[in-house]
Design a protein around this ligand. Structure first.
Ligand SMILES: CC(C)(COP(=O)(O)OP(=O)(O)OC[C@H]1O[C@@H](n2cnc3c(N)ncnc32)[C@H](O)[C@@H]1OP(=O)(O)O)[C@@H](O)C(=O)NCCC(=O)NCCS
Length: 171
């Protein structure tokens, strides 16, 4: 088994750090060629939210090589998945699903949101399949999200929180 195969079998997901920013920017600008996030926006997302996660593989020096990211912000009981992408050579290996799973786990750990929303191009079949398969459902459609002829579907995922235990009965 090659080192890469081994790494794909044991992907690691962790909170994104500012040191990951250059890798994240490369993946973002490759995935969203027409509309990449500016560097400062990626920076603000990573600095401003503790629910941004990366998938990493160790490189030959044992350093983290970022192969995908999911950037999420939360406000008022809702989280928004602002961006999700996997580097082209690592797609189809389960990282996209793993990043979503880790994002949901982080939201559950924090226990402060009931739903995760995102926007997706209805023509983006790989992303749409991933989200549908994961359990996201159609919530709304914005016909002019990016202007004329640029609609986006808004999808929603209900986070199933474990209810707090009931207080013990008093005698
Ligand atoms: C969308 C994206 C994040 C998926 O990441 P990935 O690591 O390749 O996804 P996974 O390997 O975890 O695949 C999970 C599921 O996604 C769907 N999927 C992934 N690639 C697909 C493809 N090329 N065609 C159709 N469905 C696909 C399948 O349902 C797949 O499940 P399966 O493996 O059981 O068939 C990746 O393609 C990407 O970075 N795309 C460019 C950026 C983007 O479009 N982001 C979403 C914006 S809203």
């Amino acid at each position: 088994m090659t080192a890469t195969e081994e790494a794909v079998l044991s992907p690691m997901y962790r909170t994104a750090e500012l040191d990951d920013l250059p890798d994240i920017q490369i993946i973002d600008s490759t995935a969203f060629r027409d509309r990449p996030y500016p560097y400062f926006v990626l920076k603000q997302l990573i600095e401003g939210s503790t629910r941004c996660v990366v998938a990493v593989e160790p490189d030959t020096d044992g350093e983290d090589d970022v192969v995908g990211y999911a950037l999420t912000m939360a406000d008022g009981g809702r989280a928004w998945l602002m961006s999700l992408a996997v580097s082209p050579e690592r797609r189809g290996s389960g990282y996209g699903r793993g990043l979503l799973q880790r994002t949901v786990e982080v939201c559950l750990e924090k226990g402060d949101v009931d739903e995760i929303l995102l926007t997706v191009d209805p023509k983006n079949r790989s992303a749409y399949n991933l989200f549908k398969d994961f359990g996201f459902v159609l919530h709304d459609r914005d016909e002019r999200y990016f202007g004329d002829d640029e609609p986006r579907d808004v999808l929603i995922y209900k986070v199933h929180r474990v209810p707090d235990p009931l207080p013990a009965l008093q005698d």
